[in-house]
Ligand binder design. Structure first.
Ligand code: MN
Ligand code: MN
Length: 307
């Protein structure tokens, strides 16, 4: 289909972009397609010995993975591709919804290498120059005076290896309207948990996040020039070890799934109370996530709520 055809050409395109560790793996990997022994994690959560090299070539029976590391666990797909404009950046990937003027989902990889001491971008958030000319480019000022924060999906602190990486998190395609109490409350708590896992514990995380949008309809609540305000946000975090890919996901791979209300009064709440299943997020969003993961494994981990 369209998406499959697209993927073919994207590898070459991405190679023209900034070299990415994952692409290095792809370029040098010789064991694509071969079955790889599973790495183990110690009970203390300490990273195991580095796993075997190998690109995200293919999940164990799932759909083919993507050349972008950010889509290594698969491209989230629903049954209506007409409102999915797929964008791949060196720092993250996303599906943009031109009817709602926000992303359907943003997907990104986190490991310690993304963290550094680059300063937080100063100044206004930026329109995304990579949106096609026919799509409205949301501006910083669409949110001004709305009462909502410009809520990052990929957190600014998660891209501090270079000033450029950090700046790209301030593109409006990475932003959705969040009440400050969510943005600076449980949403931030989970971001801090992810920073701890990726930066301090040396894990590799695959994260997908966005808002629950009214599918196929105009948003009931908007700000600025028609920017949809979701009343609920979701995030999925799959916790792997460095260099692991979709074929390394097992029934015991830790998965965090949350649905959080976009409302005031929750500033002091932790993220754990919002745990749900990936299945529930799939039901609410209409998207199938983790599509590159073996279907039997997918069924197992998507039904689990985690501890
Ligand atoms: Mn935030
Ligand atoms: Mn799925």
């Amino acid at each position: 289909m369209f998406v499959v055809a697209l993927i073919g050409g994207v590898g070459a395109l991405l190679h023209a972009c900034r070299a990415d560790r994952w692409l290095d793996d792809l370029a040098t990997g010789t064991d694509e397609g071969k079955s790889r022994p599973r790495s183990t994690t110690t009970a203390t959560g300490a990273p195991s010995a580095p796993g075997p090299k190998g690109g995200p070539a293919r999940g164990g029976g799932g759909k083919p993975a993507d050349a972008s590391v950010h889509l290594a666990l698969g491209i989230p797909t629903d049954d209506d591709p007409s409102d999915d404009h797929l964008m791949r950046k060196p720092q993250y990937a996303l599906s943009y919804n031109a009817d709602q003027n926000v992303a359907n989902w943003v997907s990104w990889q986190i490991d310690a290498s993304w963290f550094g001491d680059a300063p937080r971008h100063k100044g206004k958030f930026m329109t995304d120059p990579e949106l096609p000319s026919g799509i409205y480019r949301v501006t910083h000022d669409d949110y001004t005076g709305s009462g909502y924060d410009r809520g990052h999906m990929v957190r600014s602190e998660e891209r501090t290896r270079s000033p450029e990486d950090n700046k790209v998190t301030f593109l409006m395609t990475n932003i959705l309207p969040q009440y400050h109490d969510l943005n600076a409350g449980p949403w931030l708590r989970l971001e801090e948990h992810c920073e701890n896992l990726g930066r301090k514990q040396g894990k590799q995380l695959f994260v997908m996040a966005g808002g629950i949008l009214k599918r196929g309809k105009k948003a009931t609540k908007t700000i600025g020039k028609g920017v949809a305000v979701p009343d609920t946000f979701f995030k999925i975090v799959v916790v792997l070890d460095p260099r692991e890919g979709p074929g390394d996901v097992t029934e015991s791979t830790p998965v965090i799934a949350v649905l959080m209300p976009n409302k005031e009064g929750i500033m002091d709440e932790g993220w754990e109370k919002y745990r749900t299943t990936v299945d529930e997020i799939e039901r609410r969003t209409g998207y199938d996530f983790l599509t590159a993961v073996d279907e039997d494994v997918q069924a197992e981990i998507e039904a689990k709520k985690g501890d």
